[in-house]
Design a protein around this ligand. Structure first.
Ligand code: SF4
Length: 659
């Protein structure tokens, strides 16, 4: 195989047609040409490519052409692990075999997926007694593992262990680490080999995280951003800070002085007691944090402040917390000074950088928490940031309300020649990208919405039962939904995915469904890992899967298992979400059209996308929320027929007999 072999997009599709059962799809080829044009002209391209177009091949094929022509490097970003796996295990190996061009591809996951020898040694000292056998077995595995990807470790790995033996960016001394120097460090071996690749698959979190912390370790020319509808939420989470007393105790555990000394005991053992006095100081700081969080929690559960919301969003500074907050900031400053002194001391006594890295790790944590408290006390950059407290989980969140401009700022750190954003649902209305462009503050040079390859008129019907017109805000809604779902499922005999927008609605339906024997098996989200649930559901064609948010997208079950899709209500964002509260405050009544509606339409389109996955699928989509008749939702289902009552016989005939 030769790498410099130059192929055209058309010739690759011809090869695919000849060597596989891939049928020619005009829009797939058009999409490849458009992506290639973007690469050639160094442009930003937005593409909505509905299910069935074959968007992964559409984007990989122009990449192969570009690699052959210009030796370019392609970064392929995904939001979900499922797609990442599909690319690495299926699509890229297949293409590699078929086109006979020797391009190299690989995968970079988040650091916490990789084994770290230095942290393993520490874990052995701290957890060795409890996990002796597990640690021995992991060590044997790590000795022969190529990349140290902990997901490839055969046995079950408890979270507690994974956390302490995986790479932690802030805890890594880099070039000072003996394992890096000896070449044993899996992670850096992998990272240092990335530039030999032509195509690197990674995920958005890893990409943004690396950029925030310096640079991304792959010199890409072009970026393909798949599943790009997730970008706003991923960018928001990349810029969100969360602190709690629990996480502080996790990051600054008791005995941290010993952990520092343990890195270089030959030099530091004699100062362990002095370092312990620093630890005592930090322990006092932790007590101040505990008092602060306890007071905040008490305030947030006060019924005068908070009726029954699990999250409290703040709109004014809390003067009663000022004293405690300032005390934390003052103590933190003093401790940080002490840390500076210790850093100088370490340099003086000639530590090799290992203990220094550990010291810096704790210092950064103290700084991070103090800065968050300081911002919280003044509600810094409010209302562009939301400040909220989760009563349930006990953490304080500082989250950007808008992400426009953030993507560009990230890309300016390591500019690509071209960027292509694509997904099955990038537009709320199947027409314009203005919502995404405004959200991201990122304009496209080229943009297109491709038509679906499915015949929706023949393959799907929409049912909006008019006799089910109960207001979703009514207290009776959950019960009524449960009865309606039960009746529809019993009439149809299963074969369904039921998507809920709230745990309450799901629980109510679960209670009813489980109250008597059914002809079909049923699975509820949360009972087993999602992947297992989907597998069992797709293998048992008459079964029913009941799910929440994460099942609204990403489920790919072609065939008769998923012939009926039911949703309880329109997937509007939660109005108690701090980001939505802040948007409402900033935008007033316009928030509905600017945020709620486009978000709901995008999510609804994602949900509906679960029903028809192949040209042979036939299915029915039942919507138990009469508000779908308003606000242009019906436009989204064109050209499907819409029925306004549940008629079991008619539906059965349509699905099973194609009438
Ligand atoms: S270089 Fe960093 S990641 Fe590698 S073994 Fe050392 S501490 Fe772990």
């Amino acid at each position: 195989m030769e790498k410099s072999k130059v192929l055209s997009i058309d010739s690759i599709y011809e090869l695919l047609e000849k060597k596989t059962d891939l049928e020619k799809r005009l829009n797939q080829i058009n999409m490849s040409n458009l992506i290639y044009k973007g690469m050639r002209d160094c442009k930003i391209t937005f593409i909505e490519a509905p299910t069935g177009i074959g968007k992964t091949y559409s984007s990989l094929i122009p990449s192969i052409v570009e690699i052959g022509l210009n030796n370019s490097k392609i970064l392929y970003l995904t939001a979900k692990i499922v797609l990442q796996d599909q690319l690495i295990k299926k699509d890229l190996p297949n293409l590699h075999k078929i086109v006979e061009v020797d391009f190299k591809y690989g995968l970079l996951k988040g650091r916490s997926n990789y084994f770290c020898w230095l942290r393993f040694d520490e874990a052995f000292r701290t957890h060795g007694l409890i996990y002796q056998n597990e640690l021995d077995s992991i060590r044997n595995w790590a000795r022969v593992s190529r990349d140290g990807d902990l997901n490839e470790y055969d046995d079950f790995l408890v979270h507690e262990l994974k956390d302490v033996i995986s790479v932690d960016y802030e805890d890594c001394p880099g070039r000072k680490c003996p394992y890096l120097l000896s070449g044993a460090c899996h992670y850096f071996r992998l990272v240092n080999s990335l530039n030999d690749l032509d195509i690197l698959v990674s995920n958005y979190h890893t990409f943004f995280f690396n950029l925030i912390n310096g640079s991304f370790p792959f010199d890409f020319d072009h970026i393909l951003m798949d599943e790009a509808h997730h970008l706003p939420e991923i960018l928001s989470s990349a810029c969100t800070r969360q602190i709690s007393k629990g996480s502080l105790n996790y990051f600054l555990p008791r005995g941290f002085a010993l952990k520092i000394v343990d890195r270089e005991p030959d030099i530091l053992l004699s100062v362990l007691n002095d370092l312990k006095s620093l630890e005592n100081y930090v322990n006092n700081l932790k007590i101040s944090y505990e008092n602060f969080f306890d007071e905040l929690q008490n305030y947030c559960i006060d019924p005068k402040i908070n009726k029954d919301s699990k999250i409290v969003t703040f709109h004014k500074t809390l003067s009663f917390l000022e004293k405690k907050g300032n005390e934390i900031i003052d103590i933190s400053k003093k401790i940080l000074k002490e840390f500076d002194e210790w850093e100088k001391f370490f340099q003086k006594v000639g530590t090799k950088g290992l203990a220094d890295a550990k010291l810096k790790y704790y210092k950064r944590k103290i700084d991070f928490y103090a800065l968050a408290i300081s911002d919280f006390l003044s509600l810094n950059d409010y209302p562009n940031f939301s400040y909220s407290f989760s009563v349930e989980k006990g953490y304080l969140s500082i989250e950007p309300v808008y992400v426009n401009g953030i993507l560009k700022n990230f890309l300016d750190l390591q500019p690509p020649k071209s960027v292509t954003l694509y997904s099955a649902t990038l537009t709320p209305d199947k027409k314009t990208f203005s919502y995404l462009e405004n959200e991201l503050g990122f304009k496209a040079d080229n943009k297109i919405v491709y038509e679906s390859v499915f015949n929706y008129k023949k393959q799907a019907k929409i049912i909006i039962p008019q006799n089910f017109n109960i207001d979703p805000k009514s207290s009776l809604f959950s019960t009524q939904v449960a009865y309606a779902v039960e009746r529809i499922l019993d009439d149809f005999g299963g074969h369904a995915l039921v998507l809920f927008t709230s745990q309450k609605n799901l629980n109510e339906t679960k209670r009813l469904i489980m109250s008597k024997k059914r002809k079909y098996r049923y699975f509820f989200q949360g009972e087993k890992p999602n992947i297992q649930l989907v597998e069992e559901f797709s293998n048992d064609s008459s079964s029913v899967l009941f799910g929440l948010n994460s099942f609204w997208e990403g489920i790919d079950v072609p065939g008769s298992s998923l012939s009926l899709l039911i949703i309880d209500r329109l997937p509007f964002p939660n109005p108690n979400d701090p980001m939505m509260i802040m948007r409402e405050k900033n935008e007033g009544r316009e928030v509905f059209n600017k945020s709620y509606l486009p978000n709901a339409k995008l999510s609804l389109r994602q949900g509906f996308g679960r029903l028809i996955r192949s040209k042979n699928d036939i299915g029915v989509f039942v919507i138990l929320d009469f508000r779908v008749l308003k606000w242009g939702f019906l436009e989204l289902f064109r050209p499907c027929d819409i029925l306004y009552s549940w008629e079991a016989e008619l539906v059965r005939k349509f699905v099973w007999e194609g009438e």
